[in-house]
Design a protein around this ligand. Structure first.
Ligand code: PXP
Length: 241
């Protein structure tokens, strides 16, 4: 099973100061060294974290599968066609949301999604649809020509106890259906070090897409070393070395 690592949050940290540090492409390189099979970024219409330059640089330097998350809008489709990531994951996008909140509305948006799939295919880009764990949405994804689906695990991740069990069952049922009808099947959103195992146990899944928990863990596991390095510099300056 592949692991795609989303580095949007590295760009969010950079945007907090509006400078150039930390650089998402460097985070992507380290993620690859750590074993990431893919790198994901979400180029949002409001460019709140990843920007066009990041995407350009990532396209040139990421040696593993580059997955561009995007809304099916004219502007971003043009950018995708020009940049040619290895795959695109179509997601719904709302300006006010903190993160992608729900799956794509493949029923209402069938025409828009179908058109986007065609444009992306014409440019040699594989297409995944980020959908809620719903069998009908799985079937609709196949109907509009998607190569893959990513089953939204956000509700599973948010719930506890019996409710979480019910959400897990929904994810499993949707994933089985997708695999059965020949869609490459992924899962993601909200997965962390405590809840990932039960999703990773689902047979036949192609991959998992994880961002926040990995970047959050990196901040904590890296903090001690970062402080030590700063202290060493200060001490060396103090002692005139
Ligand atoms: N998959 C999709 C389609 C997403 O939009 C996101 C969030 O950017 C993720 C996976 C990763 O979610 P998280 O950051 O909660 O791991």
């Amino acid at each position: 099973m592949i692991l795609g690592v989303n580095v949007d949050h590295v760009a969010t940290l950079r945007q907090a100061r509006g400078g150039s540090d930390p650089e998402p492409v460097m985070a992507a390189s380290l993620a690859v060294l750590g074993g990431a099979d893919g790198i994901t970024v979400h180029l949002r219409e409001d460019r709140r974290h990843i920007n066009d330059r990041d995407l350009d640089i990532l396209r040139r330097f990421v040696p593993v599968e580059l997955n561009l998350e995007m809304a099916a809008t004219k502007e971003i489709l043009k950018i995708a066609a020009k940049t040619r990531p290895d795959m695109v994951t179509l997601v719904p996008e709302k300006r006010q949301e903190l993160t992608t909140e729900g799956g794509l509305d493949v029923r209402q948006g069938k025409k828009t999604v179908g058109n986007a799939v065609r444009v992306l295919h014409d440019n040699g880009i594989k297409v995944s649809l980020f959908i809620d764990p719903d069998k009908d949405d799985v079937e609709r994804s196949k109907e509009v020509g998607a190569d893959m689906v990513e089953i939204h695990t956000g509700r599973y991740s948010d719930e506890r106890g019996d409710r979480q069990e019910r959400e897990l069952t929904r994810v499993i049922v949707a994933a089985r259906k997708a695999i059965e009808i020949g869609l490459l099947t992924n899962a993601g959103h909200g997965l962390n070090y405590h809840n990932v195992s039960r999703i990773a146990e689902i047979e036949g899944l192609r991959g998992l897409y994880i961002g926040h928990s990995i970047i959050a863990r990196a901040v904590l596991v890296g903090l001690e070393r970062a402080v030590r390095e700063m202290k060493d510099l200060v001490r060396a300056a103090e002692s005139g070395k």
